[in-house]
Design a protein around this ligand. Structure first.
Ligand code: ZN
Length: 120
């Protein structure tokens, strides 16, 4: 294990429960000495806990992305429809482009949400 080059990882101080990183030799809150091995183990445990928490929220994140993406998409289509006349008559080209951006952005967000929902 190459501790010297490993990126600092966050873990909870076993003494005061504050979040500190594994590169510290002592807790910056309570000054308790940090055992590198114990710190890495604690960091790994924290990572695992975070993974579980993230998996638990993937579905709701997916739903949120679908709603937000859907709104952007529908909003973009509405703006496009509303500005279509203006755009085709020469003015309003700017909002036409912005509306397309919203549709594309919304579609990407929506499908990201769908995949998150399926995967979750
Ligand atoms: Zn501490």
């Amino acid at each position: 294990m190459a501790n010297g080059t490993a990126p600092a990882r966050v873990f909870q101080c076993p003494n005061c429960k504050e979040y500190i990183n594994t590169h510290m030799t002592e807790c910056r809150f309570c000054h308790a000495p940090v055992n590198a091995q114990a710190a890495l183990a604690a960091a790994a445990q924290l990572d695992k806990a975070n993974d579980v928490a993230e998996n638990g929220t993937t579905r709701s994140q997916g739903v949120r992305n679908m709603v937000i993406g859907g709104l952007w998409c529908v909003g973009g289509i509405l703006v496009t429809a509303i500005t279509y006349g203006a755009a085709s008559s020469g003015s309003g080209g700017g909002s036409y482009v912005i509306a397309w951006g919203a549709i594309v952005f919304g579609a990407i967000q929506f499908f990201k949400g769908v995949f998150q929902f399926i995967a979750g």
